[in-house]
Design a protein around this ligand. Structure first.
Ligand SMILES: Cc1ncc(COP(=O)(O)O)c(C=O)c1O
Length: 378
């Protein structure tokens, strides 16, 4: 296949080519099944094996310890904004602390407010969401005995990522929206109470959300929640209380196999992601008055590289010329403007090299034609 562009979309995002090819081979008829994965029942032996292996591959890849459940929900990460608060905040009388490092954290707390008391423990709003709190700063911001602390490990819109696991007091459940850096780097699951990830960045297509939840938190869930919004329903029914997104989970399975067999695991994936991100950040650092990166250096995302050019006109030219070279979906989120290069797991190094080369060339051409270099505020 040679007609695929390098797709830098933030999500739904690029998938590994071998995964798409496998899905293409299986699409009309799965070997030994005689039907498409779009047609097979969710209680069939084929899907039972799919869901079992997907769970076990995720456990192996992420070294998920005993005492945690892996379940598959629908409704995207956005539904988790509500579900987390319904299950872990509603009726407790306690307050949930939210650490807001960008747009998605702001959306998460807005939903939690409908379920109980919330508090903004820390926010980067005044600094345009350009950094994350340091360890001491974070610890000092957390109230006494919160129901949980919620963080967004990678803010997809701003391109701001926690470089390591945020540290909260041991007894406080740490809840994380890991939608846009799930499976991109090792993660110390044992430090978390609950993690959730919409699949459509690193794990598969839109339609399935992976939730990893610690057993003891299931005991805190109030009775009376709608069954479909109660984590216990997913655990008790093996994520098949109702019809799950069969095809989406099957693609997640193929992605986990790709990560294990083709890439060689999460450590190797992380190494490649670091190298890919460095290729772009090096270009920004070489011309900081032209490419103005949004994130402060120690909070730079390995997944979403966000920056601005000296003018919106130049940004429009950049996007058009990049697209003409097969470098597509580079427009920043509408709330922020500028450029965003999402370089998830499946983006090959060649795609990032092509973008870095294009950026250097674009800068040289602009300098030659006397473009004034002045920083644009993001
Ligand atoms: C970090 C993060 N959280 C939440 C969401 C919302 O996800 P969904 O559209 O699956 O509800 C996104 C989507 O881009 C995201 O990047």
């Amino acid at each position: 296949m040679t007609d695929r562009a390098f797709n830098f979309a933030a999500g739904p995002a690029i998938l590994p080519l071998t995964v798409l090819e496998q899905a293409q081979r299986d699409l009309v008829s799965l070997p030994d099944v005689g039907a498409s994965p779009l047609e097979v029942g969710h209680r069939s032996p084929w899907f039972s094996a799919v869901i079992e292996e997907t769970r076990s591959n995720l456990r192996d890849l992420l070294a998920i310890p005993d005492g945690y459940q892996v379940v598959f929900c629908q409704g995207g990460a956005s539904m988790q904004f509500s579900m987390v608060a319904m299950n872990l905040l509603r009726g407790t009388g306690a307050t949930a602390d939210y650490v807001i490092t960008g747009s998605w954290g702001s959306k998460a707390i807005a939903e939690a407010r409908k379920e109980g008391n919330t508090r903004i423990a820390w926010t980067g709003a005044d600094e345009g969401f350009s950094r994350v709190p340091g360890t001491e700063e974070l610890l000092g911001s957390i109230a006494e005995g919160p129901a949980y602390v919620h963080v967004t490990s990678n803010e997809t819109i701003q391109g701001v990522e926690f470089p390591t696991t945020p540290i909260v007091p041991d007894e406080v459940p740490l809840v994380a929206d890991v939608s846009s850096d799930f499976l991109s780097r090792p993660i110390d699951i044992g430090r978390y109470g609950l993690l959730y990830a919409g699949a459509q960045k690193n794990a598969g297509p839109a339609g399935v959300t992976v939730v990893i939840v610690r057993d003891d938190l299931l005991g805190r869930i109030p009775d009376g929640l709608p069954s479909i919004l109660d984590y216990r329903t997913y655990v008790e029914h093996g994520s098949r209380y109702n019809t799950p997104p069969v095809f989406a989970i099957y693609i997640v399975l193929l992605v986990t196999r790709w990560l294990r067999d083709d890439v060689g695991g999460i450590d190797e994936m992380h190494k490649r992601n670091r190298e890919k991100a460095d290729l772009l950040y090096d270009v920004l650092d070489a011309a900081p008055m032209f490419f103005r990166g949004h994130a402060q250096t120690d909070a730079r995302s390995l997944m979403n590289v966000t920056f601005r050019l000296p003018s919106e006109k130049l940004e429009a030219t950049f996007l058009a010329k990049a697209a003409a070279r097969g470098l597509v979906e580079l427009k920043g989120h509408r709330s922020l403007g500028g450029i965003r290069a999402s370089i998830y797991n499946a983006m090959p190094r060649e795609g990032v090299e092509a973008l870095a080369a294009f950026m250097r060339e674009f800068h040289e051409r602009a300098s030659e034609s006397g473009i004034e270099e002045r920083p644009t505020r993001i």
